[in-house]
Write a protein that binds this ligand. Structure first.
Ligand code: PMP
Length: 416
């Protein structure tokens, strides 16, 4: 019966639904279980919202305990012990060891809320309106975040002109043929170029939805230096690439840059709960109280699990070291698979990686064949030509190997 309702739902109500026909009922660690008891290995991880896997036992117990003891769930901007705990832990475990000085705000429940807050703040601070973003960028589906998103199908969905933003080429857009930023510097300096001086540039270090293009650290460094020279703010959208997805807590750490504003969401609660934060340098704190608000800012349940997740995984470097070894395993496995399909290439960085196939049809078939073999993975890219491989960061080694083998078999089945 339940399946019938979902069929009606899909055809009449939803604008988007995963192609997976199963109804998922339970989840634990790296696995999801359907109503009829089938088990699926999860290389999708809630598009990056489940970096620490499903229902991590310690986080689950904390949550159950909190609710059982009548902990405050909804609190708007009120002070709560769980909010204090999250802020104190974020400061101690994440910001201080990295010598990062940022204010933390809770912009609303999702990634797009974090991006909207970042864009608004950048405009208010600089008094300028124009924002630059990149080809194939994805920053969210509300009007501000959509205006800096590259995908034209998604942009058309706005139904009105999306203004005050322009797209510029992401790293390696020209296959290494154009010097990185000489052209941008010239355009910014040239009063006759017609390009309004932007308030900010917003960038993903790996384009999660846009096809797993990964920026080089050198490119990020150059971008950051150029923006500093021109007093343009740098916003890093770490909604998908952050919280360890690329191997370090922030995805830009290896570049040694200091963004002005950082957007985070997805795995920040540690448990797949709706929560987002926007970090900004203290000198950018120009908002009046109430100037940017909303009903669901912060999430007390997310504060509880998020704070503990930071302590569990990021208070020393042991988790990061284990993750580095797993990233290497995945990279080698996917590289090997890519070598066996004509025209296929490895994409991405860390556990935000995948294979670009010559066409969407092949990528779709690989995803479908993977599903037949009880592995969940998504496709990405402007034409959906890339399979996106995002295991939980906590995956056991043998499950990782198992998943890689499934992708290899699925690749063989799909490409014949
Ligand atoms: N920025 C990036 C980089 C994203 O990947 C996403 C979601 N895929 C968003 C913003 C928007 O997040 P949300 O869907 O939670 O609004």
């Amino acid at each position: 019966m339940a399946t019938d309702i979902f069929e009606t739902f899909e055809s009449q109500v939803r604008s988007y639904c995963m192609n997976w026909p199963a109804v998922f009922e339970k989840a634990s660690g790296s696995y999801q279980y359907t109503e009829d008891g089938s088990r699926y290995l999860d290389f999708f991880s809630g598009a990056g919202a489940l970096n620490y896997g499903h229902n991590h036992p310690e986080l689950r117990d904390l949550l159950v305990d909190y609710v059982a003891n009548d902990g405050v769930t909804h609190s708007l901007d009120m002070k709560t012990p769980s909010k204090r705990r999250f802020l104190e832990t974020f400061e101690r475990v994440i910001l201080e060891p990295r010598n990062m000085e940022y204010k933390v705000m809770f912009p609303g429940p999702t990634g797009t809320n974090s991006v909207e807050a970042a864009l608004k703040l950048a405009r208010k601070v600089t008094g300028r309106q124009h924002i630059l973003s990149f080809t194939n960028a994805f920053h969210g589906m509300t009007l501000g975040s959509l205006s800096v998103t590259g995908n034209s199908m998604k942009r058309r969905g706005a139904g009105i002109p999306l203004t005050n933003s322009s797209k510029i080429p992401y790293d390696d857009y020209f296959d290494g043929n154009i010097p990185d930023f000489i052209w941008l510097e010239k355009v910014l300096q040239d009063s006759g170029s017609g390009v309004d001086k932007p308030a900010a540039v917003i960038v993903e270090t790996v384009q999660g939805e846009g096809g797993l293009n990964a920026a080089r650290m050198e490119w990020l460094k150059e971008l950051s230096a150029l923006l500093r020279r021109h007093k343009i703010l740098l916003i890093i959208d770490d909604v998908q690439a952050g919280c360890g997805r690329t191997g370090t807590f922030f995805s830009f750490e290896e570049a040694g840059i200091t963004p002005d504003i950082i957007c985070m969401s997805k795995s920040i609660s540690g448990y797949g709960l709706p929560m987002a934060i926007t970090l900004f340098k203290p000198e950018l704190d120009v908002w009046e109280g109430g100037e940017h608000n909303g009903t669901f800012r912060g999430n007390n349940l997310g504060f509880i699990t998020g704070a503990r997740a930071l302590e569990l995984f990021w208070s020393d470097d042991s988790f990061q070291k284990q993750l580095a070894a797993k990233i290497e395993t995945l990279r080698e496995g996917l590289e090997d698979i890519a070598q066996h399909v004509k025209g296929a290439t490895l994409r991405g960085r860390g556990f935000l990686t995948g294979i670009c196939f010559p066409d969407a049809d092949t990528a779709g078939k690989v995803a479908a064949e993977s599903y037949k073999r009880n592995l969940l993975l998504e496709t990405s890219g402007p034409e959906d030509e890339v399979i996106k491989v995002m295991p939980p960061l906590t995956i056991e080694d043998d499950d990782l190997q198992k998943g890689i083998k499934v992708i290899e078999d699925a690749g063989l089945a799909a490409t014949g």
